[in-house]
Design a protein around this ligand. Structure first.
Ligand SMILES: [Zn+2]
Length: 270
């Protein structure tokens, strides 16, 4: 195990353009429930899963009803303002601060990377703390709209201040396409990176799951020196299909800080 941590530290130091992909595994360590684990949200409440599958369709059909339900129903993930980033989030922020990590591309919607200090984050599935215009993709802080007042005055859904388009949650619902700006830039980063740190995700949900595969294809076809490092509690399809070059087993909140410590130790003058 320790050998792999040293190896990851060396690879990161040698890399010129490292990026990280993250998934539920890094958030569960902050106490956010996952969806499909043994005590996952869908596992415990299959009806909630059915409703979630219908949200996007509901929004498309009747954005006003979607908003009315949103403003009265309790949030699925509980109050995300109460959870705090864990050492895994802080470690990735530190890797960015020292100039090694260029982007974090996350499937999580909880904003914990940003709160942990990361500046360059692509919220692949949206961000629960933002709203988005479906016409021009402008993102808004929810406080920009007086949602409660719009509801009382029968003015829902909120409208984009720039183009008048309909506003929805920035969170990407089932069957909703990934916002094109995020999808495009994520693909660009996967096409550009020379190291991909894959943390707490089995990368089985498409199109996110394409990102490591795009990097792997470049490695195989062009012989480019791209390294894919996986950190997860359990092996994943990426491990089994030999998409990752090596797999470090453990909690991201424990492994990532050790890697960063090694990076800093190796880089500091003796
Ligand atoms: Zn707009």
């Amino acid at each position: 195990m320790h050998d792999l941590i040293l190896r990851a530290a060396d690879d990161l130091i040698r890399s010129k353009y490292a990026i990280a992909l993250t998934g539920a595994g890094i958030s569960t360590e902050s106490g956010i429930p996952d969806f499909r684990g043994p005590s996952g949200i869908w596992t415990k409440d299959p009806e909630a899963e059915k409703r979630a599958y219908q949200s996007y369709e509901k929004f498309r059909r009747n954005p006003k009803a979607y908003w009315e339900e949103r403003l009265t129903a309790p949030a699925l993930l509980g109050d995300l303002r109460k959870v705090i980033p864990n050492p895994g989030h802080h470690a990735l922020a530190e890797l960015e601060r020292i100039g090694i990590l260029k982007w974090v591309i996350t499937q999580n919607v909880d904003n914990l990377h940003q709160r942990g200090g990361s500046q360059k984050v692509l919220d692949y599935h949206g961000n629960a703390f933002k709203l988005r215009c479906i016409a021009c993709e402008s993102r808004y802080d929810p406080d920009v709209f007086d949602l409660e007042r719009l509801r009382i005055e029968d003015q829902l859904p909120p409208r984009c201040k720039k183009c008048g388009g309909v506003i929805k949650s920035d969170v990407v619902h089932f069957n909703e396409p990934i916002p094109p700006d995020i999808a495009e830039q994520s693909l660009e980063e996967a096409t550009r990176c020379d190291l991909m740190l894959i943390c707490g995700t089995s990368a089985v949900v498409f199109p996110f799951a394409n990102l490591p595969r795009v990097a792997k294809r470049r490695q195989l076809e062009n012989g480019e020196g791209i390294i894919l490092i996986e950190i997860n509690a359990e092996p994943t399809p990426l491990t089994e299909q030999k998409i990752s070059n090596y797999f470090i087993r453990g909690k991201t909140g424990q492994i990532l800080p050790q890697i960063v410590e090694e990076v800093n130790r190796k880089r500091s003058p003796k």
